[in-house]
Design a binder for this molecule. Structure first.
Ligand SMILES: [Zn+2]
Length: 78
């Protein structure tokens, strides 16, 4: 069993990791990287990614690749 910190799971893009402030009224998560996903599905993907890779600085290869393609700027300290 793995525990996952739930912070920002519904605000963070599950593809590129960027964070957007969205309200509960927003049901579809849209990100500048091109991701369009039901907000609950996006949150579930974030939870799954955290469960598999709880260290924020240690992204999965798929996610790192997506971040490169999306041109996301990663914080140097993360
Ligand atoms: Zn994104």
């Amino acid at each position: 069993m793995t525990t996952v910190a739930p912070h920002h799971t519904s605000r963070e893009c599950s593809a590129c990791g960027r964070r957007r402030d969205i309200t509960l009224a927003v049901r579809v998560y849209r990100c500048g990287c091109g991701l369009v996903l039901d907000r609950d599905v996006n949150a579930a993907r974030n939870v799954l990614q955290r469960a598999m890779c709880p260290n924020p600085g240690g992204d999965t290869p798929e996610r790192a690749e997506h971040q490169r393609r999306a041109g996301a700027v990663l914080p140097a300290s993360a």
